[in-house]
Every structure is written in C-alpha cells, then in structure tokens.
Design a binder for this molecule. Structure first.
Ligand code: NAP
Length: 242
C-alpha cells in the first residue's frame, strides 16, 4: 500500500506542529521538519502515529539535500510540501532596517523556501497529485498594506524585513504555480491570521489558536484536481488579495 506522504518544515512547534498533527490524523506519513534533532524527536513523539523525524534547516543547502535524500530512501514520492518554517526577528520599518536584517529574514522565509521546494521537486513530481502550501502572511499582502482601508499599514510600515519577505514569497508562489500548472501541481499561499506562537510578541500575545490556521493549510494540502492554484487564501478559505 502506498501511504500518502507530507513534509512540513519548521514542524517542531507552533502552526507547523499543528499542521503535521492534522495531516497525520488524515492518514499521511508526515515528515516533521526540524532544524534541531531533539526538538523534532519530541514533536514526533507528541504527534504519534504517522509522524517521522526529519532534520532540516531550510537555510542550509547541505541539510536540505540530506533531508531530500533521506525521504527518497523511505518513500516513493512526496504528495504534500508545506513550507511553514519562518522567522520574524524585527518589527522595524525599512528606514531602520539594515541589509543584514533583510538578508537574515529572507534566508529563511524566501531563499529557504526555494531551496526546499527545488530539492523536493523530483519527489513531488512522482506524486499523482502534488500540492505545495506556502505559509505566508496577510502582512505580506501589498493590497492590504495600501488602498483606502489598509488592514496592515499600521501607520508605520513596521516589520519591513518580515512583510517584504512574505510579499516575495507570494510572488514566488505565483511563479511556481504557473511553472508547474501543466504537471498537476497546486501551489498556493496561506495567510494564517495572528496566532499565539513564539514567532513574535504580537503573535504570542494574541489568543489566536494555531490549530485553526493549521486547518486552513490542510485544506490547501488536500485540494482536489479541479481546485485552485496560484492563489492566496486566508485560514478560513476566503481569498486574500496579493
Ligand atoms: P514559531 O512557533 O516560531 O515556529 C516557527 C518554526 O519555524 C519553528 O519550528 C522554527 O524552528 C522553524 N524555523 C525557523 N527557522 C528555521 C530554519 N532555518 N530551518 C528550519 N526551521 C526553521 O512560529 P509560527 O507562528 O508557528 O510560524 C509558522 C509560519 O506561520 C511562519 O512562516 C510564519 O511567518 C507564519 N505566520 C505566523 C503568524 C502568527 O501569528 N503566528 C502570522 C502569519 C504568518 P526552531 O524551533 O528551531 O526555531
């Protein structure tokens, strides 16, 4: 029997762990990506049936290549890739953000996604219905940052490194979707909403349940053949403008 397989990056805690748990409950073999082996082991133990540890630092090409090789050795294909790992180290506006801060943020939130996606493309291409979910952010929506009633203007242009990294991720989502549409891929971006995790102080102080966001990611991971691709959705399934 061929088990359906999924990989969630940054799945040792937060939204990613909830996504891994839900996919395991759906019957997937889920590779729980974690850059720290011990943190990954603990998450796998917590999730239980279906969860498998996978050491994977999205900023380290050697780590990503080793992880792809490991999955190749264990599974015939990869059906679902959830690019969830992300960082939000600074809330500064662009006027107070150095190029180093931008690079550091983009290493994980943008370049890491490209490294992981390209490394796992051969395994995804062997799936009959490959799905990629990029965990983005509503704060990366340029439409929501501008316009007559900007939801994320914050009057300040804050978190410039993080928000622009998610805008870049959104652009890549569209380009991957366009490139892979003829091969049956569905590639979409998710805005999880503000969730109570360790990501940043604003998120940690919110009462948003990360499991609610995870359900939105799983919906995109399980899209049918006639489902959308190259689109941006909120956790509740409503479209988000780019
Ligand atoms: P979190 O609890 O801080 O989890 C982030 C995860 O990413 C952790 O597992 C972390 O691993 C992992 N990670 C960071 N750098 C990594 C790297 N180089 N390689 C591999 N894994 C790495 O944050 P979260 O809120 O669940 O965030 C998950 C995603 O949701 C992110 O993409 C974030 O931008 C997005 N998001 C979150 C919110 C929110 O309100 N929470 C809102 C919008 C979007 P370690 O434990 O090793 O650090």
């Amino acid at each position: 029997m061929n088990d359906r397989t999924a990989l969630v990056t940054g799945a040792n805690k937060g939204i990613g762990k909830r996504i891994a748990r839900l996919l395991a409950a759906e019957g997937f073999v889920v590779y729980v990506g974690s850059r720290d082996a011990e943190r990954g082991r603990r998450a796998v133990e917590e999730i239980g049936d279906g969860a498998r540890p996978l050491v994977l630092d999205v900023t380290d090409p050697d780590s990503v290549a080793a992880a792809a090789g490991h999955v190749d050795g264990l599974s015939s294909c990869l059906d679902v890739l959830v690019n969830n790992a992300g960082i939000a180290p600074s809330s500064a506006p662009p006027t107070e953000t150095g190029a180093d801060e931008l690079r550091r943020t983009y290493e994980t939130n943008v370049f890491g996604v490209v490294t992981v996606t390209n490394a796992f493309l051969p395994a995804l291409r062997r799936s009959p219905s490959p799905r990629i979910v990029n965990v983005s952010s509503g704060t990366g929506s340029l439409a929501w940052s501008t316009g007559p009633n900007p939801q994320f203007a914050h009057g300040s242009g804050g978190a410039a490194a993080y928000r622009s990294s998610k805008a870049a991720l959104n652009a890549l989502t569209v380009l991957y979707a366009n490139t892979l549409a003829g091969e049956g891929f569905k590639v979409n971006a998710l805005a999880p909403g503000l969730r109570s995790t360790e990501l940043n102080s604003r998120a940690a102080a919110s009462d948003g349940d990360p499991a609610e966001a995870a359900r939105g990611a799983v919906r995109l991971a399980l899209l049918p053949e006639d489902g959308p691709t190259g689109e941006f959705f909120s956790w509740d399934g409503t479209p988000v403008p780019w």
